[in-house]
Design a protein around this ligand. Sequence first.
Ligand code: TYD
Ligand code: MG
Length: 453
Amino acid sequence: MSKTKNSKNLYTCQSCGAQTQQWQGKCTQCNSWNSFEQQGYGSKSEQVKPSLLSEIELAKVDRMRSGSDELDRVLGGGLVPGSVILIGGDPGIGKSTLLLQTMCHLSHELNAMYVTGEESLEQVRLRAEQIKLSNAKLGILAQTNLEKISAAIDQQKPNVLVIDSIQTIYSSEEASGIPGSVSQVKYATTTLVQKAKQNNIVTFLIGHVTKEGQLAGPRVLEHMVDTVLYFEGENDARFRVIRAIKNRFGAVNELGVFTMTDGGIRDVPNPSAIFLSGRQATPGGTIMVCWEGTRPLLVEVQSLVAESYGQQPRRVALGLDTNRLALILAVLQRHGGILLHQQDVYTNVVGGLKIQETASDLALIAALLSSHLHCAIPKDVAIFGEIGLSGEIRPVPHGQQRIQEAAKHGISHVIIPQANAKGLKVNGVKIQTVGTVKESVLVIKSLMKETAK
Ligand code: TYD
Ligand code: MG
């Protein structure tokens, strides 16, 4: 791809996509340096005719199974031919392991090729032995040169391809900059996306994540691919979670839950049960019912409220949003009469999960109260609901399914928003509703009295 020069000057930030009429040294949107490049336009003389929406035919896509139900789920039900999937995550979290495993599985029926730019052939073989898949008919190519990789793709004609990792790939002919630079990574991605679309190759691009949690270098990569998956979880935690951040072929925020074993990565088919296993009712902990992608998930939220001796009390939220915690503390003070301004507040979601859903608000309030008053909430209680700034408890979607999931895991009592309660009924579950933060505080206190008896 050569850059077309034209009369109109438009410069695009290669990091965040911001556009300006004049070249700038520093992007005012994302603060990257030297990220602006001039853009070209296509020719105007071509005749282009739009298709009528009603006459566009839908091709039926046959999705391929990846061999992991959890991975299929995050992908929206399996692999779509010709799709490009960017998979990001911290070093050592298991990206190479998961994809090697997936490719070994796929290689039984498809022509699969794994391009490794980070490890030698021997290292890949060793890993395959560790996961007991070393007899798979998988093509491994240790190569970082884009032109050579392209030639190998043309010769081998794979149906599935892994590039591990996109940051190691460089073009000797077209792009400028060192391997891993914005222009190189972007150019390599453009080339591989084109190849994927032309030849119907499912392409996985592995990407590293920087400390700030962005895929290293160009965020523009996210716009160029069909699906963006992120590996979440701590390296030493038992669980690994893969979340779909963007998916042209499925739901976003869909979660796949895995566990890392000595013999590779395994699916966790029933995450709620695992997250709650061995749980005891202790002060500061309670169960919330979240909605992740297309399914409900029960997880425990814990909090610790302790007297603060610093000048400013600490607010720590692991797996939850710190701003959300601050907001909830303010609402709790203003509308619930609970003052925690002289207390340090720590909160944590058990299992290393990151919860973004506001439906977790009410459970967080319960956990805070429980720690503050040093009294446990009964084990068989689950809570969900969103909190508004004027102290109201707001409804959340999928109330019925959340309660059904809770019932499946031995919950017999739920506390939910009043506005969710209409027509709700789940056998064997007591449904208690709350309309305001004030009322919630009373209800949660009375629950704790029961355990204190
Ligand atoms: P890896 O897939 O190399 O991570 P990434 O490609 O994301 O950098 O995973 C490496 C880690 O996983 C390493 O700490 C060893 C561990 N591991 C297992 O626990 N079990 C296994 O079967 C394998 C292959 C690796
Ligand atoms: Mg790796």
